[in-house]
Structure formats: structure tokens, C-alpha cells
Ligand binder design. Structure first.
Ligand code: ZN
Length: 485
């Protein structure tokens, strides 16, 4: 096959991201980010490698065409749409060739660069009602098409979902770069390295009752489900979960799952989480989400632009990740109105909230950048724990999150950054500890960054830099020079 088309209801999309290839092939990117579908998308200048058109990734503008045109845009998946970008664009957008817009429906004349014309392999995206359509065809194959034929084919598909309304479609890159992997063998490959990809994560049809422990479930019956004191209808009723409640199952027996408040029949629950996440050091991330509806689980959409590092400040023996998870999902945690995403100790990583939800950990207000745009990690300092090990585990988690969300090392920050609190306390009060932690996260150390900044700014040779570094106060000097913007 040389053409694949997916038609996916927006509600089945868990996550969508534009991912820069940075020299990686399509299969390397797909493996690295763990997405279900991938397609080449943005136009780029083949001689400079730079994107053409309007492109914004997680709030960072990567390319500005100087004009507005219809492109795919979204903050969260639920609001994914084709709209005029950049003027009506969200945190993410990508423009291309306008195939279908409010003023350019079936049969209207298209406007495009000559290089886009002719019969070529093509990538495109369309929003028809609540359905996202992705289109990819191989270059030089019988499925190569002109832009007009592509538009007509998309319009025919879109009318299934939007019989009388406006269809929106954008044409992405074309020609020899055309490639996609939609899963299930629906794959078109190209040896050409492209600049970036559109990646999708889809809801999984998990088999109910299949290894339920440690996973998240949503209550689906409209009347909710009863909670019982044991695994069976013979046990007394101790409460109920409303429809839509997300619960973590911590044990299972005979089709029943144990949750924070008691046992529920698994047949009434629908899995809402994908595969077990594991760090590159092999640590499994255990999920024990704060119950939906608690005041310290505010919801909201976290664009995951920063990672905020904290220390628990709790030296008590036994004050490990598990204990902090129990506290967060209790009336005490709720009353204190605090929450964060992960707690890490010397033997476990426990996740308390999905990354994509906001939390109360930064002390900079409900809409503060720390609370609303960062993932909060608490490192345990319990007396019976190994702090160095806990830091190493936290660094492994940071690496995973940086990879998953495309967060640069420069955006891994201390709690102190948001409201001036002296946190992470031990790290802040140990000379070189923060730089060492960042180095552990796999990024460069501050000293390396300073060196590069100074070298670039003053155009110095490597030998000169080595000489400066070897000087007794060299590190301080480089830091000062680097800071003089
Ligand atoms: Zn803190």
C-alpha cells in the first residue's frame, strides 16, 4: 500500500504533539516518544533545514511566516481545530497549504507555491466535525496526487462527518519526504530525514480484568458504582463512586478491584491509562492518583513547560514516596490544599496526578507559571532513606519527562524560582549540588553552559577556554562573564 488515511474521533486522542526530529529518523522518533501514530508534517527549507510557515510547539514559536493562514492548532486535544494561525492559534500550531477553509470549500481555487504542485506524495490533516483525518501517500506511487485531487478526496471523506458544515483541511509537506506510521503495518517510509513530525497517542481498548493492578480506571455507568467492603456483592456497601470518577486499583480478586475507598466490580470500570511507564534505569512509576473531586486536585491543563524540583523537608523515618502519596489523597492533604505530580525516594517513584493536570506546589497562585505550567517533583529526605539514591531516581524521572514532553534542561528549575522559597533546601545548601543534579539529569552542568556561552560571546579558542577554566577563580569568572548579557 502506498496510501494510508486515519479517521480518529478527537475523544479517542489522549495526546498530540509536534516533535522536532533533530536528525532522528521517523522510527527513532516514534520509539523515543512512544506515540501510536506519526506523520511528517512541516515544510522546511531543504538547504537550511529550517521550518517554513507558522510553527509553534508548546508555546514556543519556531517559525513565523509573516502571514496568517489556516493551520492545525490546539492547547489540549479537546480543542484541536483548524484556525487562522498565528492570530487564532493556541500553544501548538502548524500551518500548511490551505486546502479547505470557510471561504475555500470544494471546487474553489487553491493557492500554493509551484513547488507544491504536480502529482506527488502528500501529507495532510483535516478536521471534520469531531474527527481528525490524517492522510499520507507515497511519492512516485500510483497514489501520488495533485493538490486539487487531494482536496477532493479529503472533502469526500469529510462529508461523512460534516454533511452540510464547513470542512477544514491543511496540506502538509509533500514529495519525497512523505512518510507515516499509523500502527498496524500502515507505514510509508522514506530515507529522507525531515525536520519534524506530528505525533498522536490514542486511547487503548484495554481488555477489562487484564492485569488491573496499579492502573487507573474511570467509572463508566451513568448511575455510578457501589463500593463494597470486600471483593463481592456479598460484602456490605460502604459508598459509591459517581460516573466519571477516576480510581486507582491497588489489588484485584475475582473480577473485583480494590480502590482507596473499598472494592468495586471491574466490569464497570474502563482503563484510562496506557502501558506502565519506566525510567531508563528500570524504575517503574507507580500511579496512585489523588481522587478526582478532592480540592487539592484542581484539574486544569498543564502544558508541561517546566519541571519543578522540591524536597519534602520531612526528615521523619518512613516519610517516603508512598507515605506522601497517602497524605496527598487524604483529608489532611485536601485541607492543606497542596498537591504535586511525583514523589521520589530511594526505592520508588509514585505519581499523584497526571502530568497534564495543574497542581498546587509552587506557591505562586492558582494561575502562576509554577503551579499551572510545571510538573512538580518532591524528593524525599527521610532519615531512613538514602538521599543520593533518591536524587538519582529523581534525575531518571526528569530525563523521562524531558523526553516525553520535550522540556529542555534549562526549564528544570528549583521551587525557589517561583516564589523564593528556600526549596529544595538540602540541594540549595550544598555547594555544587544543584549543578550536579542537573548534570545527573543528562543535561549539561551550569559550568559547561557558562563555558559555551562565554566562548560563543567572545569568540575564544578552546585553548583559551581551557586556560581560563584552569585559573583558580576561573569558574566564577566564567559565570560572571556568562551572566553579563
Ligand atoms: Zn518546594
Amino acid at each position: 500500500m502506498s496510501k494510508y488515511i486515519t479517521e480518529t474521533p478527537l475523544e479517542q486522542i489522549v495526546r498530540a504533539e509536534l516533535v522536532e526530529a533533530k536528525g532522528r529518523s521517523m522510527s527513532q522518533v516514534k520509539t523515543a516518544v512512544g506515540c501510536d501514530q506519526i506523520i511528517n508534517c512541516w515544510f522546511y527549507n531543504m538547504s537550511t533545514g529550517r521550518p517554513v510557515g507558522n510553527l509553534r510547539i508548546k508555546g514556543v514559536v519556531k517559525a513565523n511566516a509573516g502571514w496568517s493562514g489556516y493551520g492545525l492548532t490546539w492547547d489540549a486535544v479537546a480543542d484541536m481545530r483548524l484556525a487562522l494561525v498565528p492570530v487564532q492559534g493556541g500553544e501548538n500550531y502548524l500551518s500548511g497549504v490551505e486546502l479547505l477553509t470557510p471561504s475555500r470549500q470544494e471546487g474553489a481555487k487553491l493557492s500554493y507555491d509551484a513547488a507544491y504542485g504536480g502529482r506527488r506524495g502528500r501529507s495532510a490533516a483535516m478536521i471534520a466535525g469531531d474527527t481528525l483525518v490524517l492522510y499520507c501517500s507515497g511519492d512516485g506511487t500510483g497514489d501520488a496526487k495533485t493538490p486539487e485531487a487531494l482536496r477532493d478526496e479529503l472533502a469526500a471523506i469529510g462529508r461523512k462527518y460534516e454533511p452540510s458544515g464547513t470542512l477544514y483541511a491543511t496540506g502538509w509537506d509533500s514529495g519525497g519526504s512523505s512518510q507515516c506510521d499509523f500502527g498496524g503495518g500502515q507505514k510509508i517510509t522514506s530515507s529522507r530525514k525531515v525536520a519534524g513530525y506530528f505525533c498522536l497517542w490514542l486511547e487503548k481498548d484495554e481488555q477489562k480484568g487484564d492485569r488491573p493492578v496499579g492502573r487507573q480506571y474511570k467509572v463508566t455507568p451513568s448511575v455510578g458504582v457501589n463500593i463494597r467492603s470486600g471483593p463481592g456483592t456479598g460484602y456490605s456497601k460502604v459508598g459509591a463512586y459517581a460516573c466519571g470518577t477516576v480510581v486507582a486499583v491497588t489489588a484485584a480478586q475475582g473480577g473485583w478491584g480494590q480502590t482507596a475507598k473499598g472494592w468495586v466490580a471491574l466490569e464497570y470500570l474502563e482503563a484510562v491509562e496506557g502501558a506502565q511507564r519506566t525510567t531508563d534505569t528500570g524504575m517503574k512509576i507507580r500511579t496512585a492518583y489523588i481522587d478526582a473531586g478532592r480540592k487539592n486536585r484542581p484539574g486544569g491543563i498543564n502544558p508541561c513547560r517546566y519541571i519543578t524540583i522540591h524536597e519534602t523537608g520531612n526528615k521523619a523515618s518512613g516519610a517516603d514516596a508512598e507515605a506522601h502519596g497517602a497524605y496527598l489523597n487524604s483529608s489532611a492533604g485536601e485541607a492543606d490544599l497542596v498537591s504535586w505530580h511525583y514523589t521520589v525516594d530511594d526505592h520508588a517513584i509514585v505519581q499523584h496526578l497526571p502530568d497534564g493536570e495543574t497542581a498546587y506546589h509552587a506557591g505562586d497562585g492558582k494561575a502562576g507559571t509554577g503551579n499551572a505550567q510545571s510538573i512538580g517533583i518532591e524528593i524525599c529526605v527521610n532519615a531512613d532513606g538514602d538521599f543520593a539514591k533518591a536524587k538519582a531516581n529523581a534525575a531518571a524521572l526528569v530525563r523521562l519527562l524531558m523526553e516525553e514532553h520535550g522540556i529542555p534542561i534549562a526549564n528544570v528549575v528549583q521551587h525557589n524560582r517561583w516564589n523564593g522559597k528556600d526549596c529544595p533546601y538540602t540541594i540549595r545548601h550544598t555547594a555544587g549540588a544543584w549543578e550536579a543534579f542537573l548534570a545527573l539529569c543528562g543535561g549539561e552542568s551550569a559550568a559547561e553552559t557558562d563555558r559555551k556561552t562565554v566562548q560563543e560571546r567572545f569568540g575564544l579558542a578552546d585553548e583559551t577556554m581551557d586556560y581560563l577554566e584552569a585559573y583558580k577563580y576561573g569558574a566564577d569568572l566564567l559565570k560572571k562573564l556568562a551572566e553579563r548579557g
